[in-house]
Write a protein that binds this ligand. Sequence first.
Ligand SMILES: [Mg+2]
Ligand SMILES: [Zn+2]
Length: 194
Amino acid sequence: MRFGAALLSKPIPPADTRVVFLDRDGVINRRRPDHVKSWAEFEFLPGVLQTLAELTRLAIRLVIVTNQSAVARGLLEPRELARLHARMTAEIRAHGGELAAIYVCTHLPDAGCKCRKPGTGLFRRAAADLRIPLEGSVMIGDSPTDEEAARSVGCRPILVGSAQPAHGTQTAPDLAAAAVLVRAFLAREQRELC
Ligand SMILES: [Mg+2]
Ligand SMILES: [Zn+2]
């Protein structure tokens, strides 16, 4: 007798595999038209450090997926980008937040790579490396390419800032507000489980 089988056919991932994918520029830090090329140009957006700490306390794994063509453009050495991300990670950690990983596409927009969003390569690499589900995860971004990439892999997109979302995509003014939506979504999922 296995009557639980039908009910359990679509298991909800356990809390420790809940993932929120985050775009970087325009979500974590202020975006610059001329690219963020150094730590001096990196500016956390208001409320971000607190929000990342809060999501970490909810046992959500935070994975950054970011296009950084500044590297292929020769504006930033890969080593510099790695240092910048190490400082960013340390700053986030000092405030109680934890990043599970950072995945970067360093290619030019016309390079034809599979990783630059709206391509899905970064998401797929994260899923394989971290053994995390894409389906049912959340992606918070600030541009239509984030939204498109998220939808392609079955993630639920949330758009922050002023980009015009496609039909059905949730929007929020900033990461803190997006986190409120994430909490509501998780709480609803939890209720459905009970
Ligand atoms: Mg962005
Ligand atoms: Zn790429």
